[in-house]
Ligand binder design. Structure first.
Ligand SMILES: O=C(O)CCC(=O)C(=O)O
Length: 326
């Protein structure tokens, strides 16, 4: 990571800056990930040496860019804001009633279910021809990487390697394929609103155009693209299951006026009826769980109602120590 001049921020006057001290580079060839427990860990993480071939990533990114470049009428049949559709194209976000009063975002996106590949590939578009085979290869490889990372993280936390497998990550595997066209005036809007992701973690390919920013100690920090790396964002469920040790990362996307940007986010969700609660082994601080148990189904409703806002989501599940309110 190299320092660069501050990127122009979006709607707010705050500027982002490149940051390297709080960027953890994860190398899955090592046996476990040492988070230095005791200090809540909240930073950007980029994974290198991840075993997903550059050609696999490049092929799907090219096919996705080709899809977005198709004439609007060819994409129109896929347009929907019905979140249950296994393949849909939409614009902005479904979280329209966000805190800024219902803003729109400079983003087109595909949201699709991608795993198991055989079950969902018939829902994917026939054009461009490379879309289906390249997505099948990408989804399979990234899901394997996510499972490896979850195993390493579990070991790093002193849990069984298989701790995060099963129900906690065995529900839908979704993908957001985001397309941010050049924006004539990036000061007027964001590409995507500030939010934390839902699951344990997400695996993000951002290519070589910067635009992702993460909040660290109250400031927006540009997560500069690292060639062939994936950005790993911990989501709300990681924070809850680790009882606050691995905190979810609030992030957003900003636009720029010169280059289109494509990002691909892979999201492994729990089963709807999965019971989520802090892992007993991680409830160490005075023996106090910070979050109550709940079903993922309930979490989804809270996430939508809070328009993905980090604190609004978490406060629905927090247990406040007697006599205190945060
Ligand atoms: O485009 C990006 O870098 C962020 C995308 C993202 O956060 C999302 O799709 O949830």
């Amino acid at each position: 990571m190299r320092s660069s001049r501050p990127a122009k921020s979006s709607a707010s006057s705050r500027h982002a800056r490149t940051h390297h001290r709080n960027c953890l580079f994860i190398d899955p060839r090592h046996s476990a990930i040492d988070f230095g427990l005791g200090t809540p860990w909240m930073c950007c993480k980029q994974v290198v040496n991840h075993g997903v071939g550059d050609e696999v990533v490049g092929a799907f990114r090219s096919a996705a860019a080709e899809f977005f470049a198709m004439p609007a009428e060819e994409k129109l049949p896929y347009y929907s804001d019905d979140l249950t559709k296994p393949f849909r194209v939409d614009t902005s976000t479904t979280y329209v009633l966000d805190r800024s009063g219902g803003g729109r975002y400079w983003r087109d996106y595909i949201q699709l279910q991608c795993f198991p590949v055989d079950r969902f590939s018939q829902d994917w578009p026939a054009e461009p021809a490379a879309f289906v085979p390249s997505l099948a290869a990408y989804a399979t490889a990234v899901r394997t990487l996510a499972a490896t990372l979850l195993g390493l993280i579990a070991e790093g936390l002193g849990l069984e390697e298989s701790f995060f497998r099963g129900e906690l990550s065995g529900g839908w595997t979704l993908m957001n394929v985001n397309w941010y066209p050049p924006c004539p005036d990036p000061s007027l809007t964001l590409g995507l609103l500030p939010h934390c992701d839902r699951p344990l973690l997400t695996v993000l390919s951002q290519g070589d155009v910067s635009g992702l920013q993460a909040k660290h100690k109250g400031r927006w920090i540009a997560v500069q693209p690292v060639p062939n790396a994936f950005v790993i964002n911990f989501g709300h469920l990681m924070e809850i299951v680790t009882n606050g040790l691995l905190q979810s990362v609030e992030h957003r996307a900003v636009t720029n006026s010169s280059a289109a940007r494509l990002s691909v986010v892979t999201i492994m969700l729990p089963d709807m009826d999965c019971r989520i609660e802090p892992a007993p082994a991680l409830v160490t601080e005075g023996g106090q769980a910070k979050f109550r148990p709940f079903l993922f189904r309930e979490f989804n409703e809270a996430y939508a109602a809070a328009a993905a806002n980090r604190e609004d989501v978490l406060q629905r599940f927090r247990i406040y120590p007697a006599g205190t309110m945060e």
